[in-house]
Design a protein around this ligand. Sequence first.
Ligand SMILES: O=C(O)CCC(=O)C(=O)O
Ligand SMILES: [Fe+2]
Length: 242
Amino acid sequence: MIFKFKAVSQKTNAEADEEVSEMKKQTLDLGNGSHVIYIPRFLSFDQSWKFFDFLNTHISWTRPTIRVFGRSCVQPRDTCYVASPGLPELIYSGYKPRVYSWDDYPLLKDILDAVHRALPGSRFNSLLLNRYKGGNDTVGWHADDEKLYGPTPEIASVSFGCDREFLLKKRPEKSPKGKGSDDQPARKRLKQSSHTDQYSFNLKHGSLLVMGGYTQRDWLHSVPKRAKIEATRINLTFRLVL
Ligand SMILES: O=C(O)CCC(=O)C(=O)O
Ligand SMILES: [Fe+2]
């Protein structure tokens, strides 16, 4: 069944429930209390292009200098940060983004409302936007495990524009001293870390991906470079700052 995103307006609870139940939802249990939900057609194709055009043109994008492994470098993607007033400040990779308000971009509030309707019981109050202007733009392996999100952050990621691959890989397990996996033969280690330790999603235009439970503690994610891609992708990650 296909989820159709109609006008962004107030809906009755019954209408909202119907919308959510019409969406094709795939859940992936990553084990040990981590999971991912993927809804490929969260927003309709046409509506999503309207959102893309608006965001591409009107968001106040910046490409900041960040610090990675002790070195300064230009972040390989554009970014913008929106949050409700009075929340603790976000700092990542030594960079403290300027905070825009939801009132600066009412359309983002509409997308937030649609996310809330799709995920009853979840709440988000901040949003990190990323724009990848072609396949050289990327986000390296990381977890969104900043303290301000608490121990089990839920992150709702909406994508527009060009499809990009999104990878999830298990963090290497910390082994107790002296009993590390280094003691095992290489062949056995390889076997153990082979199958379900990495997943790939092709994040489609108008899709919603949700990372929940302990995903930020136990897994890393990335959007790798893709030399042949020239088109732009915009990604919105909604988060709850506690
Ligand atoms: O672009 C994406 O799909 C992921 C972005 C991301 O991981 C982040 O902003 O922390
Ligand atoms: Fe992330």
